[in-house]
Design a protein around this ligand. Structure first.
Ligand code: AMP
Length: 197
């Protein structure tokens, strides 16, 4: 089963996608994580371009993201489905995904939209910290680490994603409103959209 998690940055798409992935035993495909990993392991022109967009809180161009994510979806472990977190984010990506799945006689079956207001998103993201070693996520107010700003498990100093700074979060939200929110209608018209407050 192919499931899409929609919603603004900080809505909790990753957390819920991980739960669903475990429960259904299908991979969790997080486009942001895949792009960050691409930038980390390859020091080339493409990584430079991706990094520039990410640091500004802008969407990475469609052609780049579509290629990288569809390569990942072509791997064997996605044969029976996946939970997509952060992809698609534009109408062009949604249409490309439909065509890609259709070519394999598959389709998106469920789209879950996590509906969270902007002020809540800003509060969640600007206090978000993560462990650079195990990627565990903390919130300095709601889910703080036991010891200063150290990971409870790895004892490593927690970091803040550069794009979780308030000015960049606002840009990411603007990108979401301008370019991603139209996907809600796109999937509603296909009668596969579920909205969670
Ligand atoms: P995320 O971890 O999902 O918040 O994504 C972090 C950043 O990666 C976004 O602000 C974008 O710059 C980029 N990104 C992730 N997924 C996509 C996508 N589907 N299309 C374009 N850019 C993306």
């Amino acid at each position: 089963m192919f499931i899409i998690m929609l919603g603004p940055p900080g809505a909790g798409k990753g957390t819920q996608a991980r739960n669903i992935s475990k429960k259904l035993n299908i991979p969790h495909i997080a486009s942001g994580d895949i792009l960050r990993e691409r930038v980390r392991i390859a020091d080339d022109e493409l990584s430079k371009k991706i990094r520039e967009h990410m640091l500004r809180g802008e969407l990475v161009p469609d052609d780049i993201v579509i290629k990288i994510i569809h390569d990942r979806l072509s791997q064997n472990d996605c044969e029976h489905g996946a939970v997509l977190d952060g992809y698609p984010r534009t109408l062009a990506q949604a249409k490309a995904l439909d065509a890609f799945l259709e070519s394999k006689n598959k389709r998106v079956e469920i789209v879950i939209n996590l509906d969270v207001p902007d002020d809540e998103v800003i509060k969640r993201l600007t206090y978000r910290r993560l462990c650079p070693k195990c990627n565990r996520i903390y919130h300095l107010l709601f889910n703080p680490p036991k010891n200063n700003e150290l990971c409870d498990i790895c004892n490593v100093k927690l970091i803040q994603r550069i794009d979780d700074r308030e000015d960049i979060v606002k840009k990411r939200l603007e990108e979401y409103r301008n370019r991603t929110s139209s996907l809600i209608n796109y999937y509603a018209e296909k009668h596969i959209l579920y909205i969670v407050n």
